[in-house]
Design a protein around this ligand. Structure first.
Ligand code: NAD
Ligand code: SER
Length: 325
């Protein structure tokens, strides 16, 4: 069957479903397709989520065939900070794991979404990163994402990706990335009134609110394949860019006594190798991408929702809070 050919629609598979993105993407996909149509899987155990290790090639193929999967959202990966601590494992999970998923998708004529990242860019990239520019990342994580983008074009299947910026959300913790400070800071501000940040205050990175990232993912996957260019391996999408200092100041609008110290560690070097901003004209022109959340709107929503979660947790000790579905 040729790429993009009409296929009867079956069920949806999500790998790495218990992570920061999966926790919200599964909810959104179940709202769209119905609860039973979406199979959530992860290497970790949790209610409503099946165990699936993306290193288990046969296991993936069996599940994809047996459950008639025709759409896959492949989120299982190691992120930049965890990946640099164990580069071999990062390569295995991010590249071999992806190849296993591609092979299963190919055999069942399934479409595949596999995220890329701003980590594909290296220090030679302009500070405002264009869609097309040499990709020379310094991290092994970034290199795995470049391979992923290339596989999207050479695999012979309908495979798409987005170069997500650092994602900010309140429903699940961030999973071991360099941009985690922009999530941790909210919890620390509410719980302790203080955060010790692991990047310098002038560190400026592209960021995005999870609502925008989930909407971008669904919008891209809804778009006809024939209208997308080879940028579909990893579209630049922009949310907003801000320094760590600007993030602190925005939080202080609500919590004037909040304080932050800055003690850069190894993650500073990864942050310094990435661009400050993202140019997303190609995504806008091809499939109409536009973000809704700026810095202050993200901060308002994060603090409001985390305060609500705190109140609910205090009232009832029965909440799961473990990423279960
Ligand atoms: P995360 O670390 O929060 O979640 C990843 C999930 O994968 C975890 O639940 C983990 O248990 C699971 N996993 C790990 N090894 C596995 C294996 N062998 N088999 C099956 N599952 C396994 O990550 P995330 O933030 O949800 O990111 C999802 C994807 O999006 C990744 O490809 C990541 O590189 C990409 N991305 C994320 C961000 C971000 O800021 N969160 C930014 C850019 C790109
Ligand atoms: N947010 C991710 C990380 O910091 C970027 O892919 O690793």
């Amino acid at each position: 069957m040729s790429i993009g050919m009409d296929r009867p629609s079956g069920r949806v598979l999500v790998t790495g479903a218990l992570g920061q993105i999966g926790t919200e993407l599964v909810e959104a996909l179940r709202e769209k397709h119905g609860h039973k149509a979406v199979i959530a899987t992860d290497i970790r155990e949790s209610k409503g989520c099946q165990i699936l290790d993306v290193m288990d090639k046969e296991g993936i193929e069996k599940l994809v065939h047996g459950e008639n999967i025709t759409e896959i959202y492949h989120l299982a990966a190691l992120l930049s900070a965890t990946g640099e601590k164990n580069p071999e494992l990062c390569w295995k999970i991010n590249v071999i794991g992806l190849e296993n998923v591609i092979s299963a998708a190919k055999k069942n004529n399934a479409r595949l979404f596999s995220p890329s990242s701003i980590a594909v860019f290296g220090p030679d990239c302009p500070k405002i990163a264009p869609q097309i520019t040499p990709l020379n990342p310094t991290t092994v994580y970034g290199k795995t994402k470049v391979v992923g983008e290339q596989l999207a074009i050479t695999s012979g299947i309908d495979m798409r990706g987005i170069r997500y910026p650092g994602l900010i959300s309140y429903k699940a913790p961030a999973g071991g990335g360099t941009t985690d400070y922009a999530v941790e800071i909210f919890h620390a501000a509410l719980e302790n009134g203080h955060y010790d940040c692991f990047v310098r205050e002038d560190t400026r990175l592209p960021m995005m609110y999870m609502d925008d990232a989930i909407r971008a993912t669904l919008e891209l996957m809804d778009f006809p394949l024939e209208d997308l260019s080879e940028a579909r391996g990893g579209y630049n999408i922009s949310g907003c860019s801000f320094t760590a200092k600007a993030l602190v100041e925005s939080i202080q609008r609500h919590l004037p006594h909040f304080t932050c110290t800055f003690n850069p560690d190894i993650r500073q070097t990864y942050a310094d190798s990435w661009p400050d901003e993202i140019q997303d004209d190609v995504a806008y022109n091809e499939w109409g991408w536009k973000a809704n959340f700026d810095l202050d709107k993200i901060v308002d929503d994060m603090l409001e929702n985390l305060k609500i979660s705190e109140r609910v947790a205090t009232r009832s000790s029965g909440g799961s809070g473990d990423g279960s579905f």
